[in-house]
Design a protein around this ligand. Structure first.
Ligand SMILES: Cc1cc2nc3c(=O)[nH]c(=O)nc-3n(C[C@H](O)[C@H](O)[C@H](O)COP(=O)(O)OP(=O)(O)OC[C@H]3O[C@@H](n4cnc5c(N)ncnc54)[C@H](O)[C@@H]3O)c2cc1C
Ligand SMILES: NC(=O)c1ccc[n+]([C@@H]2O[C@H](COP(=O)([O-])OP(=O)(O)OC[C@H]3O[C@@H](n4cnc5c(N)ncnc54)[C@H](OP(=O)(O)O)[C@@H]3O)[C@@H](O)[C@H]2O)c1
Length: 426
């Protein structure tokens, strides 16, 4: 059996690709099913799938046109010798310009003979051998502070050089520039300096695989891997753009046709309790639902006796209630014992999962005191932080601990020692 890995990915194909949101939703979250065929790949609930995206062909074409290349030019990347076209399709990320690439323009863009700041104040004239005059100045060189017959320094500079100086001296301006631009945008600002094929790709980010929490149990969905993916779409500078991997999967992967490089990314920590009698509390708003669908499938198949409590939510019940029928079925059959739903945009006030946790603080504490595992999956920057603090508050309030003791209990005992507070956040 082949040893599939990030360096040797299995070529899978999609068997299903549909939008989970109802019409009218302003989000696009897709359910994707990958065929494992005869790969021999295996996984467990809690693992992630690595997906190797390809850059959009239209963007590759636009970039070649903007840089006046045909695509058959020979280049060298971290993956070896190839053509420019292949390099910017499969080796490098071209949908977002990199800081390194911008920085590297400096030596070619900024001529040494033009000082960053000239000092202008007439002192004396010096005659040179060839008869011309050199003038030694001291002054700002800006606004009116220039010698007669000389223009303001900025006005005389190449606008691309002025932009480059601004970006490299102001971190916020650089971040702002990189956030909304790809290399076609960058060439419209800097392309006039001319690029060899090597110069064009030097400093571009290497194309990285993306990980996705698997939304299926291998026992429930044999031979396939299911994902729940939020598609990233936005528009800047008059052009529609997508996230690299989400755009690839949503727009350019045809069912049973397109080959997609995948590999398994097994988890050692984000796992179900070994004892099926253990209770599980799962907090997974948005795409955070993915591994909990896998867990519930697995616990259902195992016939585990431990109780399951799911906190899910998203913007609206009508638009984003993913896997509703499956949840209803699990509730009816007693697999899902508690199901709390937080719809953040259905009412006047935001309702988030942590608000519902707080409401149910006594019971959450009782479950935890009784040995329950506590899982969180989804957005790392906001949701997971707030859920973490709420868990600490609940332990403090209902477990009779001071704030410091509760923090220590959650972060040391639950997380590190007992390993029953587990997170899969991104
Ligand atoms: C362990 C793990 C599990 C994960 N599981 C899942 C999962 O189950 N489902 C899921 O959907 N994702 C999951 N992710 C996230 C996933 O790996 C990708 O990061 C995500 O899909 C975006 O990839 P992309 O290539 O489409 O976007 P990229 O091309 O990498 O772009 C993403 C970047 O776009 C930027 N961006 C976002 N919105 C905008 C905007 N409006 N304007 C400008 N820039 C913007 C952000 O800076 C973001 O960093 C997981 C990540 C990890 C690490
Ligand atoms: N640019 C895009 O097109 C796009 C689209 C989808 C997702 N994404 C990104 O993809 C990632 C995953 O998205 P996702 O679909 O899984 O869902 P998400 O964007 O994380 O949102 C899921 C739910 O969490 C809520 N939420 C926001 N802040 C929260 C907080 N502090 N605590 C608890 N809940 C909070 C959201 O409410 P509110 O949104 O009402 O505040 C929403 O109801 C996110 O990082 C997101 O930024 C980008």
């Amino acid at each position: 059996m082949a040893d599939w890995s990030v360096k040797n990915p299995y070529s899978s194909k999609l068997t299903e690709n549909f939008i989970l949101n109802s019409q009218g939703s302003r989000k696009e979250t897709r359910h994707l099913v990958f065929d494992l065929g005869d790969s021999g790949l295996t996984y467990k609930a809690g693992d992630a799938l690595g997906v190797i995206p390809r850059c959009p062909p239209e963007l590759v074409e636009e970039l070649l046109a903007a840089s006046n290349f045909l695509g058959d030019e020979a280049v060298e990347t971290h993956l070896g010798a190839t053509t420019l076209s292949e390099a910017i399709t499969d080796h490098l990320e071209i949908h977002r310009v990199s800081k390194k690439w911008i920085m590297s323009l400096g030596t070619r863009l900024v001529s040494d003979s033009v000082p960053v700041e000239i000092h202008i104040a007439r002192r004396h004239r010096v005659s040179t051998d060839d008869g011309s005059l050199l003038i030694d100045w001291s002054g700002s060189g800006k606004d009116e502070d220039v010698p007669e017959g000389y223009a303001e320094i900025g006005a005389a500079c190449d606008p691309a050089e002025v932009l480059w100086r601004e970006l490299t001296s102001d971190a916020a301006a650089m971040e702002d520039y990189l956030w909304s631009r790809d290399y076609v945008d960058a060439l419209s600002d800097f392309g006039h300096i001319g690029f060899t094929a090597k110069q064009l790709i030097d400093g571009m980010d290497r194309l990285k695989p993306r990980l996705y929490s698997i939304a299926s149990s291998p026992d429930h969905e044999p031979g396939t891997v299911h994902l729940t993916v939020a598609i990233i779409r936005y528009s800047y500078h008059g052009r529609d753009r997508t996230g690299l991997a989400t755009g690839f999967m949503a727009d350019r992967c045809s069912i049973a046709e397109t080959e997609i490089g995948v590999f398994m990314s097994p988890t050692r920590s984000f796992i179900l309790p070994a004892d099926g009698d253990t209770d599980c509390i799962m907090v997974g708003p948005g795409t955070g639902i993915a591994p909990f669908r896998a867990y519930l499938q697995q616990r259902d198949i195992n016939g585990d006796k431990g109780r399951n409590w799911l906190f899910f939510g998203d913007r609206t019940e009508a638009g984003e209630y993913y896997y509703r029928e499956e949840m209803d079925d699990w509730k009816e059959r007693g697999v899902l014992d508690r199901h709390d739903l937080a719809w953040s945009r259905d009412g006047e006030d935001k309702v988030y999962v942590q608000h519902l946790m707080r409401k149910n603080g006594v019971e959450i504490w009782n479950w935890i005191e009784g040995g329950a595992y506590f899982y969180v999956c989804g957005d790392k920057s906001r949701m997971a932080k707030d859920v973490h603090q709420t868990l600490i508050d609940i332990c403090s309030e209902h477990g009779g601990m001071s704030a410091d003791e509760a923090k220590e209990y959650v972060e040391k005992s639950l997380m590190k020692t007992e390993k029953r507070y587990l997170r899969d956040v991104y």
